[in-house]
Design a protein around this ligand. Sequence first.
Ligand code: APR
Length: 278
Amino acid sequence: MNMDDFNQPQAQAAQWLRTSQRIVAFTGAGISAESGIPTFRDSDGFWREFPPEQFAHWRGLIRTAFTNPVRLAAFVRAVIEPLSVARPNDGHLALRKLEQHRKLIVVTQNIDGLHQTAGNGCVLEVHGSLSEITSLSGKRRRILTTAQIAHITRRLHRIQRRPFALSRLLLAIRPMLGAGLRGMWRPNVVLFGEGLAEPAWSNAVTAVENCDCLLTIGTSGLVYPAAMLPAKAEASGAKVIHIDPTEGGTGLWLRGNAGAVLPPLIHAAFEADINGVN
Ligand code: APR
């Protein structure tokens, strides 16, 4: 496919990428949608079934544990089950290909680890990572394996009615959340009201302030402070390209799914490099 096959916005985006040296890809839940992980705010989104006021901060989770442990078991299962089977899609793989042509930093709001699995080398997880288990002091960390996630999911599936539901839930999720002789451990994810993951957030702000071009991919841009990154990039003189099925505000928008838009865009932007012709 060459530039003539593209409509104007896509040809412009390819040219911006081609003439940039330092690129940031700022991703949200939308880039993982084609890997089977629900987004949060789409019509079939996660927060429709599990309202954030009940499930997105510790206060609500603790209250639900005591008032409706079966529902909490369903929530934890809905969060972790897709992660145990999700694989990178064409959108993730296109960003790995982009990194073969330009310096790329991926700043993601996602906690699914799919950018790292796809092979990107610099991924800043500003909302943390579900598979990273950390002590409350943050000094000790370990990785929750997909086998452990699958095992936890199987045990959560069996918690369908009340008797002893809370104790069975706590036993099931113990590999990811619990307390022992050496203190508490929890998934290293950022819940509402918590500070963003450091040093990922500070590094993301620096990356955005020093890039030539920022791609926003699959994010509603509603959750701050992460949502301020595109404006910060623009204020620093970077070009901003938005990729999303639903068009938002000002700027250059490529409408469509990440897995459909990114591969031809990256190919067109750098095909001359592949053929050795500039
Ligand atoms: N390709 C690209 N974009 C897509 C796709 C797709 N296949 N499918 C959906 N989208 C877009 C939607 O149009 C929407 O703009 O992805 C975006 C998803 O928005 P949200 O569900 O709000 O997800 P996100 O922007 O990542 O949310 C940010 O909010 O609840 C918190 O911590 C949570 O990290 C999350 C943050």
